[in-house]
Design a protein around this ligand. Sequence first.
Ligand code: LLP
Length: 415
Amino acid sequence: MKDYFYYQDRQFYAEQVSLTELAQNYGTPCHVYSRAALTDGYNQFAQALQGTEHLVCYAVKANPNLAILNIFARLGAGFDIVSGGELQRVLAAGGVAQKVVFSGVGKTEAEMRLALQAGILCFNVESAAELERLNRVAGEMGKVAPISLRVNPDVDAKTHPYISTGLKQNKFGVAYGDALALYQRARDLPNLQITGIDCHIGSQLTELSPFVAAIEKILVLVDALAAAGIRLAHIDLGGGLGIRYHDETPPSIAAYVAALQGALQGRTEKLLLEPGRVLVGNAGLMLSRVEYLKHGEEKNFAILDCAMNDLMRPALYDAYHEILPLSQENHPLDTYEVVGPICETGDFIGHARELAIAPMSLLAVLSTGAYGMSMSSNYNTRPRAAEVMVDGDAVHLVRERETIAQLYAAENLLC
Ligand code: LLP
């Protein structure tokens, strides 16, 4: 997907737009998304899944900007949400509730009510206690809640421990061994309707084998459920397909879908997927400016105008994001610690990067479309960056840069 961002005559472009001009017009830091890249990712799923009854539910948490949700909604996507707030975003962006699945271990009563009122496709229930609560809340509203159980298959996703979710010791889903009994309980509850089964084992997976291992375990359960008279309309295999940030070699979307289909062995239940990162990660980058170059005793520092509040992934997971100059100039090449202005040593964007830059140079931090803006904060009273969508030669401001006044508008002095 990185082809939507490319150099021409030593200048970096997004689709047909010069990123230097864009940075000058919209300021930095600024997140830039490519509509063509977003559309391409979704279409790769649609194409690979042709002939299979399916619904691609974009995982909103990866990037919840309304314009992005709207692009996916127009392409026919469903959505995977984890909060009432995400549901409201989906609806505001033109998504339909009937294509929404609701995941998460801590759904509140208010969130359940919102989702029941809207009429979502399915609650992915993650515990026995949640099952009971949902049954009660649905009953109080005179509704029947469609449910899947999110089953924890105890499979090692072989990814960063903070984003691995399918192991016994993780907080997610119901234990594999408890699932059958819980489905039987759900069948007996009057205000629930069993519609499917769900599993999500982690994020940024770069191998197919954990997905296949999870499916094999899920299918054993699907058969056991059928034997107990519980038939499912859909199988939801979650998200998790990784992207290339640096030197990873994740499978393509087509290879991933083929592996899932192979493991599913012609099952006829509708296939639901919840991809997040793979749809948006490499469809976005972040523009930033070098404020200072500082030559320390042991290291050189490039101090940018973006920071860990704009992109938390390096500080949180030691994640790698490529950094490129927007204009390839003949500045001296040097090795830099690329850092932000925040008062923490963890505030870095990249370690030991070779860059030919000067003070005021403009840079792109790549692969920030997923879990970039969505995990940003206002730490150090830093307004959140602007977000811009490029579409061919057109540029849309899809979120204005926050103002300082907005940051403390909801705060009060003592009276
Ligand atoms: N479905 C469920 C239930 C999830 O919990 C997630 C992500 C997804 C789908 C989408 O997964 P994806 O396709 O994006 O891998 N902040 C971390 C990633 C956290 C992922 C949490 N769950 C990061 O920046 O790497």
